[in-house]
Design a protein around this ligand. Sequence first.
Ligand SMILES: *[C@@H]1O[C@H](CO)[C@@H](O)[C@H](O)[C@H]1NC(C)=O
Length: 140
Amino acid sequence: MKFVVSFLTLLAIGSFETEAYTFSRCELVRNLRWHGIPENKMRDWVCLVEKESSRKTDAIGMQNSDGSWDHGLFQINDRYWCNRGGWPGKDCNVSCDQLRSADITEAVRCAKKIFARHGFSAWVAWRNYCQGALPHISHC
Ligand SMILES: *[C@@H]1O[C@H](CO)[C@@H](O)[C@H](O)[C@H]1NC(C)=O
């Protein structure tokens, strides 16, 4: 059943791929699961996404003091990880536009790469807000 629901959610999102989309908490959980985020880290990822982007796939933050911008659900920084010019590039070999798509495949791939290198502490919002109480997802 969970498989079916995730798949339908993906199909629904695929049909308006480049438009803004705000996930509900449980939609986010299902999509992260679908993309291989492990269950024992799920609440940390949900917390991180909620604090970074309010679960809005096309989120773009305020410009950082070094002139860079942060993109998408995971607010991934374009100084190191994505290429702002529309072509894939930098450490995630991805364009920043792809990180703001309602199809979160590339955003999750890049977030996993950042996590593998730095852990959750790569994200300021996780450091500041996600080391105590985490969001409840048991109903998802
Ligand atoms: C980057 O991604 C593009 C496709 O999006 C691919 O053609 C290219 O080989 C990739 N480059 C690297 C270094 O992985």
